[in-house]
Design a protein around this ligand. Structure first.
Ligand code: ADP
Ligand code: ADP
Ligand code: MG
Length: 588
């Protein structure tokens, strides 16, 4: 089955794509391509020449796709003639945390809207006047999903959602944190949850005053306080440090003992410990998405990394994502580039100290530690943006810096933005292949910067940071808002850029998989967030991880098939053995 998909954002009047399609509208007797006022259409029944014309439409606005045949009648929903199509659904299940793993733009939110009863699915008949739950239920085999949808159609279900982009919350909700939370405390758990999420000290503050991590914890608290049948957490880990991520894991797991819980999460170490079952969603961004039946978490993540889904016999990526054990890593370092010692800095009530350390050419230093412990501050001192109160640094580096909270500070198309920031150099060569294309930014060139999603904006910001001419690259939380696949691509892009140009980089991040792939060595922060921070290292990755994970109090092993790190269950045999040996980050 061939389908024609139009990405509307890329096909607005005045766009190249619109002009192109207008030229062919009505040229063939069957009106395969049509343009009415500001909208283009490509008929399903289009003749082969028109399909080829449509396929050649500029600006990546049209996709002509062969759908896998076995999908048959499994279409759940379709937005319009050339709109997005969703196949199959995830199943909220009793007694388990159900995870959803897959890129953005593949129908996760659509599925959630269906499971909450906001959208009654049309089974592909986008022109239907009224859709009926009965018709949908009839098409499903007996089982948990069918029972659940029956429940929606009979009684309706309440769903409590922690939205993906919490940055938007202060713009739509105003008021004091405490008042807001009191207003949603249907389960009478306000005090307990505030304590567990460590937000009690924030209750008197206003929403816009909170940092990203604080806002995330408040949003999670509000979600849990509501009385509902299903709880959905869309990216609960963004902006949280690993201590906080582990606390959220425990909270969500406990919630699942009495409630149905769905989680969308791109930090694979967290998804791995959190979920019992995982649905992978795959397809083509903006065109169609297919939910696979649930697998156990380990097999789902391994298949995802491998890039091949054996049950469906589909390849979702050209190459597997590989992890390296420590023995496989290159430990040779280039010449030292920048050295520092005994730096000190006071900011309000917070004080930062460092030991002696250095970074070499071609070296990527991962920077890990709790929120508010001084990571950004130190990196800014090394970059010459802040002056230290005490201590020494060998030289001032020419830096390129990606801030933690990315913004589109240019209004226009991505292509223009890249031209302005980087000149012509992004257009060709290794940089174009290894960075621009690897991060999918080549597909965003005609898009207006203000319409980019959080993940897309992050990808463009990484490209701009790496594309600038500098000696030292500082990327503050590059994994935020990227999906799991984009994270791995970004990690590889950073490594390649730094190594091939003999530059140096500091990468601050909380995603352990990301840090494991990107880093040669590790700068570890100890202390207490908001009070004091002590930066130690850089150490080699193994030693650094051991120091860091001891402060978090978790141990990792490596999966024997994929070599990916996996968090050990607290108190399990492996956990106890590794603690006894001081091997928090196990290597084989
Ligand atoms: P995800 O949550 O995985 O990012 P979404 O379900 O939000 O995916 O979106 C999947 C696709 O459906 C996107 O291409 C989006 O543009 C399209 N889409 C979402 N909502 C609508 C809508 N109301 N009308 C038309 N298209 C939509
Ligand atoms: P991290 O990057 O590890 O999350 P930061 O380096 O951004 O932490 O901040 C460390 C601490 O310093 C935080 O408690 C923060 O509130 C505080 N801080 C940062 N900048 C200032 C400032 N200009 N004035 C007062 N306090 C600050
Ligand atoms: Mg979404």
């Amino acid at each position: 089955m061939k389908i024609a998909v139009l990405i509307e954002e890329r096909c607005k009047p005045k766009s190249e794509a619109f002009a192109y399609l207008s030229r062919y509208a009505g040229t063939c007797g069957s009106e395969c391509i049509q343009v009415h006022e500001d909208k283009c259409k490509i008929l399903e029944t289009a003749c082969p020449p028109c399909l080829i014309r449509a396929k050649l439409c500029p600006g990546d606005a049209v996709k002509i796709i062969n759908l896998p045949e076995e999908l048959g009648t499994d279409m759940i929903h379709r937005y319009s003639l050339n709109g997005f199509r969703l196949f199959r659904l995830p199943t909220p299940s009793k007694d388990s945390v159900v995870g959803i793993l897959g890129p953005n733009g593949m129908g996760k939110s659509t599925a959630i809207n269906i499971l909450s009863g906001t959208i009654i699915p049309n089974l592909g008949d986008w022109e239907a006047e009224e859709c009926m739950w009965e018709d949908v239920i009839k098409t499903l085999p007996r089982g948990e999903l069918r029972d659940f949808l029956t429940l929606i159609s009979d009684e309706g279900v309440e769903i409590s959602v922690k939205p993906q982009y919490i940055d938007k919350l202060p713009k739509v909700i105003q008021g004091e944190v405490g008042e807001l939370l009191k207003g949603v405390d249907e389960r009478n758990l306000l005090e307990e949850m505030c304590e567990r999420l460590e937000i009690t000290h924030l209750l008197k503050r206003n929403l816009p005053q909170l940092s990203g991590g604080e806002l995330q914890r408040v949003a999670i608290c509000a979600t849990v306080l509501k009385e509902a049948d299903v709880y959905l957490f869309d990216e609960p880990s963004s902006y949280l440090d690993i201590h906080e991520r582990m606390r959220i894991v425990k909270l969500i797991q406990e919630l699942s003992e009495t409630k149905r819980v769905l989680v969308i999460e791109h930090d694979l170490a967290i998804l791995d410990v959190l979920c019992d079952l995982v649905h992978i969603v795959y397809g083509d961004k903006g065109a169609f998405g297919i939910f696979t039946p649930p697998r156990t978490t380990r097999t789902a993540i391994n298949a995802y990394l491998d890039g091949y889904l054996p049950e469906q016999n589909v390849r979702i990526r050209d190459k597997p994502i590989k992890f390296q054990t420590h023995t496989e890593r290159n430990t040779e370092r280039g010449i030292p580039y920048l050295e520092w010692g005994n730096l000190e800095k006071k900011l309000g009530n917070f004080s930062l100290k460092t030991g002696e350390g250095k970074i070499h050419r071609s070296e990527v230093v991962g920077v890990v530690g709790a929120n508010g412990i001084g990571k950004s501050t130190l990196v800014k001192i090394l970059a010459g943006e802040h002056e230290a109160d005490n201590g020494w640094i060998t030289e001032e580096a020419k830096i390129s810096y990606k801030k933690q909270h990315v913004e589109a500070d240019y209004e226009g198309t991505v292509r223009e933005w890249l031209d302005i920031e980087l000149g012509a150099r992004w257009r060709q060569g290794d940089f174009n292949v290894n960075v621009v294309k690897a991060l999918g930014v080549d597909k965003l060139l005609e898009q207006v910067t203000t319409t980019l999603s959080g993940g897309e904006l992050q990808a463009v910001s990484i490209v701009i940071c790496l594309g600038r001419d500098a000696d030292l690259y500082l990327l503050d939380e590059p994994s935020a808002h990227l999906d799991a696949n984009a994270r791995m691509e970004a990690a590889k892009a950073i490594r390649r850029t730094i190594q091939s140009n003999e530059k140096s980089a500091f990468i601050i991040d909380h995603d352990v998989y990301f840090i494991d792939i990107v880093s040669d060595s590790l700068l570890v922060f100890e202390g207490k967030g908001g009070v004091e921070g002590l930066a130690k290292g850089p150490y080699n990755l193994r030693k650094g991880m051991n120091k860091f994970l001891a402060t978090v109090d978790i141990t990792f092993r490596r999966d024997h098939d994929t070599k990916r790190p996996r968090i050990n269950k607290l108190g399990s045999r492996k956990d106890r053995e590794q603690r006894a040996k001081g091997e928090y980050f196990y290597t084989e």
